[in-house]
Design a protein around this ligand. Structure first.
Ligand code: SF4
Length: 343
């Protein structure tokens, strides 16, 4: 039940009360060991914020974030009696950013950048063992000859190579979970699949869980489906649908998921299916989200009830597939030809 609300200055008058941005509102998400979850959503949906909350980079303003049952922020408190030391939690939760260059020091070689976190979290490793581990891992991600890459500076690497170094940096920590936030978005299309294939390969080999965040449904789908993982869809701070990726895309239940699917050319609609009659309005503001179901201002199936009441996440079928919509019954026939009178 994680909430992340931010206060921000309102308008131009400094004497006005600050406004509350409800970036994440009541999200429940469990990531088991060796699992892959891809979260997709448009800008302002809260997907990056929930990712940061999951790895302890963003403190929730409500609810809790736990690692192996231990509240992360409780563990961080001074004199905490946490069952898991905070350093151990930090090591176990790693991040790969959209711009891998930003996490590499331009004045340090690849080896020096990779050695730094090892010195901190695996202080018992001597210099030779450290170097051997770094070289082996560079070789493992296809950066051969590793000695050559180890001596390079970030400006001597391509975007794809920098992302591989970021993966190495994360994996050297033997993490339990890696947050990959728009990790392939900045790469050329031809490189995206290559890097995602590498992530899948490493995920299986190292038994690491991945939380993959993307605004692009085709990337999220590629990663989640190939790992037999789950796909989550966020809209205005809420996780509106979650389930096995293959199931969510074959049988999307939330009207917003259907819109996303329709808007992704590589997924498209079934032959003969109608274009979704979603309302073309601006995305509502997370400062003042719509009442009731937050999608009701754009939803072709909205009723008066949707405007007043908030749907819980309900099961679809017998699996783990869940969606937050009062009208899951309209899911199977793609778009009804006679959507209800809108709100
Ligand atoms: Fe549309 Fe109502 Fe379902 Fe919300 S609850 S997605 S408004 S039908």
């Amino acid at each position: 039940n994680v909430e992340v609300h931010f206060e921000q200055e309102s308008g131009f008058n400094p004497f006005d009360d600050p406004e509350t941005v409800r970036a994440v509102d009541g999200v429940d998400l469990e990531i088991p060991e060796n699992d892959v979850v891809a979260i997709v959503g448009e800008s302002g949906s809260g997907k990056t914020t929930i990712g940061k909350a999951a790895v302890g980079l963003q403190k929730p303003t409500g609810g809790s974030v736990k690692f192996r049952g231990q509240d992360i922020w409780e563990a961080k408190r001074r004199f905490s009696n946490s069952s898991i030391p905070y350093d151990e939690i930090r090591r176990s939760l790693q991040i790969i950013h959209q711009d891998p260059g930003s996490s590499l020091n331009p004045h340090r070689t690849v080896e020096a950048s990779l050695a730094e976190p090892l010195k901190k979290h695996q202080a018992d490793l001597g210099p030779e063992d450290r170097e051997a581990r770094i070289l082996a891992m560079l070789d493992r991600v296809g950066m051969s000859p590793p000695h050559d890459y180890a001596r390079r500076y970030p400006h001597q690497l391509s975007g794809g190579e920098k992302q591989r170094v970021a993966l190495v940096r994360a994996l050297l920590m033997n993490p339990d979970l890696i947050l990959a936030d728009e990790a392939v978005s900045a790469l050329d299309v031809s490189l995206r699949v290559e890097v995602m294939d590498l992530m899948l390969d490493l995920q299986a080999q190292f038994d690491t869980s991945f939380l993959f965040i993307s605004h692009d449904l085709s990337n999220a789908r590629y990663l989640a489906e190939h790992a037999d993982g789950r796909l989550g869809v966020m809209y205005l701070g809420e996780l509106v649908e979650l389930g096995k990726a293959e199931e969510v895309l074959r049988n999307p239940q939330h009207p917003y998921t259907k819109v996303l699917k329709w808007a992704t050319p590589s997924l498209g609609l079934e032959e003969g299916a109608a274009e979704p009659p979603v309302r073309e309005i601006d995305i509502p503001d997370p400062i003042d989200p719509p009442s009731g179901c937050r999608f009701h201002t754009r939803c072709p199936y909205a009723t008066e009830y949707c405007r007043e009441s908030t749907p819980d996440r309900r099961s679809v079928g017998e699996g783990t597939h869940r969606a937050s919509c009062f009208r899951l019954d309209v899911g199977s026939d793609y778009w009804r030809s006679d959507p209800l009178e809108g709100a």
